[in-house]
Design a protein around this ligand. Structure first.
Ligand SMILES: *Cc1c(COP(=O)(O)O)cnc(C)c1O
Length: 370
């Protein structure tokens, strides 16, 4: 059977049916109904904050966070190109300019040491990504943001459940976006959330996801539609009951990969961070073609020949996308990210992945070693 990079976790069919049974009585299917309220409450409790707003997906949550800060048009936001398309597009769709900062070679997060030279009088915010669930250098980023009076907005799409010394990833910066897409560790099929420091943002975010309306008769700002439906919230309520167990099962797969691939020359893992509780969202490996004797694309193809589908995640960098052609020189401006994007391979990882499959995957990878 084919092994894909991810396989969405699902509750028992009966559990989901029980969860949505009420909807056949209430006929209230969307627009902040009971399931939506319950999920918002449960997540507020989990994130230890009152300031959490659900969205139809992570991208619209990120876009709404950026819109809520009302940066002047043409403002610059410093961000990373080593991410999913969403991060960069959310900046551009808001009429703002992304400025790309390079990443650290060991954990692939934004390199705070390279931030300051990129700051201009137009810079208004820093938008780093806790990529693969690796927490950014939050202290140093905050220090720089404070020095220059910049907002910090985290793309925490990968960081659900990640904590450092007991502090949740959601507690850093001015705001964070979490994605609850079907491919993420915790999901609502499609969904996302904004978590933020300033309680005053709540009314704005609620309006931005509902046509700018407060009440039924007026729109006080120009907003779109990004509401999470009751069926999606119900999926979230079910998945939340099993999330800790899911993360434990992912951990076993990750440990198996590490055990089998550790010490293979030319293969490197993400640096393990101190005092961090991981969510085991992804298992990227970096393949050095010289020492390993085969490049990333060859390894990816060898796996595919065996019906195993790893992902070149994140390749290409967002500053290499054709929609941004001519605007950036990725290899020169963000050389570390550029190099890693050509060497990284994200291996299949999900709670139900059999350890025998992980073994088979490692065997195929090692068979490419020269
Ligand atoms: C998944 C993802 C998003 C977008 O989230 P959606 O819920 O799919 O809209 C944004 N940033 C990163 C890094 C992601 O992986």
């Amino acid at each position: 059977m084919a092994v894909n990079v991810c396989c969405s976790s699902m509750p028992d069919y009966e559990e989901y049916c029980r969860e949505i049974r009420d909807l056949w009585e209430s006929h209230w299917l969307t627009n902040m109904g009971t399931k939506h309220k319950q999920l918002e409450e449960k997540l507020r409790h989990r994130f230890k904050t009152e300031n959490l707003t659900l969205f139809a997906n992570g991208h619209l949550a990120l876009s709404a966070i950026i819109a809520a800060f009302d940066f002047p048009r043409g403002s610059e936001i410093i961000t990373t190109p080593f991410t999913f398309a969403s991060t960069t597009h959310a900046i551009v769709q808001n009429g703002l300019t992304p400025v790309f900062c390079d990443i650290r070679a060991d954990d692939f997060t934004l390199d705070a040491a390279k931030l300051e030279p990129l700051i201009t009088e137009k810079t208004r915010a820093i938008l780093p990504v806790h990529v693969y669930g690796n927490l950014c250098d939050v202290q140093e980023i905050q220090r720089i943001a404070d020095d220059y009076q910049l907002k910090v907005i985290y793309d925490a799409a990968h960081a659900f459940g990640v904590t450092i010394r007991g502090t949740n990833a959601a507690e850093f910066g001015d705001a964070s976006m979490f994605s609850f897409h079907a491919t993420k560790v915790f999901h609502t099929v499609e969904g996302g959330a904004a978590v933020y420091r300033d309680a005053a943002l709540c009314a704005k975010l609620d309006a931005l996801k509902n046509f700018g309306m407060a009440g039924q008769e007026d729109a006080f700002l120009v907003g779109g539609n990004a509401k999470m439906s009751e069926f999606h919230a119900a999926m979230g309520l079910c998945n939340l009951r099993h999330i800790d167990e899911e993360i434990c099962r992912r951990k076993l797969v990750v440990e198996r990969y590490q055990e089998r691939l550790r010490g293979v020359s030319g293969i490197r893992f993400c640096a393990a961070a101190q005092n961090v509780r991981s969510n085991y969202a992804y298992f990227p490996v970096v393949i050095d073609p010289e020492t390993f004797g085969a490049d990333r694309d060859a390894v990816c193809a060898a796996l595919a020949a065996n019906d195993i589908y790893a992902r070149k995640y994140f390749y290409p960098l967002t500053n290499c996308f054709s929609c941004y052609a001519g605007q950036y020189e990725a290899a020169i401006e963000t050389p570390v990210a550029w190099k890693i994007s050509h060497r990284v391979l994200t291996l299949p990882l999900y709670a139900g992945l059999a350890l025998e499959d992980a073994d088979r995957i490692c065997k195929i990878i090692i068979s490419c070693h020269r």
